[in-house]
Design a binder for this molecule. Structure first.
Ligand code: TYD
Length: 213
C-alpha cells in the first residue's frame, strides 16, 4: 500500500516578510520530530525552474509583459510540481515551499492586473491537483518589508515596483486569507522571530500532529 500523501505547506507574503527564515525554523523542528521534510521554493526548485527564475528576477522591471511573465511562472511551476512536489508528497514527506500558487494569484492576478479568474484558470494544469493543505501568510506593512529587504541587499525586479504595487500585494493576500480561512493563516511578521516560529509550530502541530507520527 502506498504511504498517505505528505502534508504540503506553503509560506506566502510580501517582500522582506521573513518567509525563508520561518520555513527553515519549521523544517528544523519537523526534522527533530523525526519527520521526512523536503524544503523548496518558487520560482525554482528544479534545474529548469531555477533557470526560469533567473529570467524572471533579473533585468529591468518591464522586461516581460504581464501575460508573458505569468506563463514563465507557470512553466517553472509545472516542472517543479512534476519533479519535486508530487514525488516528495507521494513518499509521505512534509513539503515546505517558499511561495507557491497564491503568489501568482496575488502578484500577477490581483496586483499585476491580469485578474484572479484568468490566473486561476491558466494555472490549473500546472498544479495538477497539488494544492497546499496549509498556507502560512506572513503579513507586513510593505514599507517595512522593503526596508528590510533593501538592507539585506537581496532586491529583485519585483522589489523595484512602487509602493502602491506592494500595497496591492498585501491587500491581495489578505483577501485570499479571508476567502479561505481554513487553509490560509495570517501571522504578524513583525513579531520576534522565535515567537513567530513557536506560533507556526503550534499551528502545524495542531493540524498534522507531526510529533506523534
Ligand atoms: P524572491 O527573491 O524569492 O522573493 P522573496 O524572498 O520575497 O520570496 O523573488 C520572488 C519574487 O517573485 C517575489 O518578488 C515575488 C515574485 N513572484 C511572483 O510575482 N509570482 C509568483 O508566482 C511567484 C512564485 C513569485
Amino acid at each position: 500500500m502506498s504511504a498517505p500523501a505528505g502534508p504540503f505547506v506553503t509560506f506566502e507574503g510580501g517582500e522582506g516578510a521573513g518567509k525563508t527564515t520561518q520555513l527553515r525554523h519549521l523544517a528544523g523542528r519537523l526534522q527533530r520530530a523525526g519527520r521526512p521534510v523536503v524544503t523548496t521554493r518558487e520560482p525554482g526548485g528544479t534545474e529548469g525552474a531555477e533557470a526560469i527564475r533567473r529570467l524572471l528576477l533579473e533585468g529591468s522591471g518591464e522586461r516581460w509583459s504581464p501575460l508573458a511573465e505569468l506563463y514563465l511562472f507557470l512553466a517553472a511551476r509545472t516542472d517543479h510540481v512534476e519533479r519535486v512536489i508530487r514525488p516528495a508528497r507521494a513518499c509521505g514527506a512534509f513539503v515546505l515551499c517558499d511561495r507557491f500558487h497564491d503568489s501568482t494569484r496575488v502578484y500577477q492576478g490581483i496586483a499585476g492586473g491580469l485578474g484572479l479568474e484568468l490566473v486561476d484558470r491558466l494555472q490549473e494544469p500546472a498544479l495538477r491537483g497539488a494544492r497546499p493543505d496549509l498556507t502560512i501568510l506572513l503579513d507586513i506593512d510593505p514599507a517595512e518589508g522593503l526596508r528590510r529587504r533593501r538592507s539585506d541587499g537581496n532586491a529583485s525586479r519585483f522589489d523595484a515596483r512602487d509602493l502602491d504595487f506592494h500595497r496591492r500585494v498585501r491587500e491581495g493576500f489578505l483577501l485570499l486569507a479571508r476567502r479561505e480561512p481554513e487553509r490560509i493563516h495570517v501571522f504578524d511578521a513583525t513579531l520576534p522571530e522565535a515567537v513567530l516560529a513557536d506560533e507556526i509550530w503550534r499551528l502545524v502541530s495542531e493540524r498534522f500532529a507531526p510529533d506523534r507520527a
